[in-house]
Design a protein around this ligand. Structure first.
Ligand code: GAR
Length: 205
């Protein structure tokens, strides 16, 4: 059965857009079934409609707890027989409730080379720290924030005249490549986890 993907967004949705483009070009190994947002004003929702995708908005402030919020989302995911989840600029921490419903089937993209600079404002933190190489990470989602096993990383140089905006834009270009690569790896599922490592080579012991 073809994998069915839900993409979660909170804002602009350019990573989601990269996935929608890949799907349109026949380069995605599954079907994007629904777009979920916690933010009714997320500009990415308009992009999703433009591509003819079904969207669902779950404003988190309407729910008494993180668990209730996620349970409502899970009901919709199950209704659509979603098999995999891509967090593409989804700015909510997700809990055991959702992770338990989709173990090892959820990935997240983060705009730094983890484990450096987890959390918010990753690009600004990288700039302030003075690193010479920055980048992005796509990882499996576990209960520890920005800390799951890593599927894909891409690097970019940091220049002396960089601003948060210029560095973020350079990283974002790589994010759009990384998110498609990592989603396909997730959908294929031809890996196992050894400690923190994602092992792709089936011959490796
Ligand atoms: C991206 O840079 C993504 O890596 C980041 O938010 C941006 C969303 O952009 N995610 C996080 O910081 C998650 N902690 P987009 O809405 O255009 O894809």
């Amino acid at each position: 059965m073809e994998p069915k993907i839900a993409i979660f967004i909170s804002g602009r949705g350019s990573n989601m857009n990269a996935l929608l483009d890949a799907e349109g070009q026949g380069k995605l190994k599954g079907r994007i079934e629904v777009i979920i947002s916690n933010n009714p004003k997320a500009p990415g929702l308009n992009v999703a409609h433009y591509y003819g995708k079904k969207t669902y908005v779950f404003p988190h402030e309407n729910y008494g707890s993180r668990e209730d919020h996620e349970k409502a989302i899970i009901r919709v995911l199950k209704k659509h027989e979603i098999t995999h989840i891509v967090l593409a600029g989804y700015m909510r921490i997700i809990s055991e409730t959702l992770i338990g419903a989709y173990p090892r089937k959820i990935i997240n993209i983060h705009p730094s080379l983890l484990p450096s600079f987890p959390g918010l404002h990753a690009q600004q933190k990288a700039l302030e720290y003075g690193v010479r190489v920055a980048g992005c990470t796509v990882h499996l989602v576990t209960k520890d924030v920005d800390a799951g096993p890593i599927l894909v990383q891409k690097t970019v140089p940091v220049y002396s005249n960089d601003t948060e905006e210029s560095l973020s834009a350079r990283i974002l270009e790589q994010e759009h490549i990384a998110i498609v690569e990592a989603t396909n790896l997730l959908l294929e599922g031809k890996f196992r986890i050894k400690g923190r490592r994602v092992i792709f080579d089936e011959n490796e012991k």
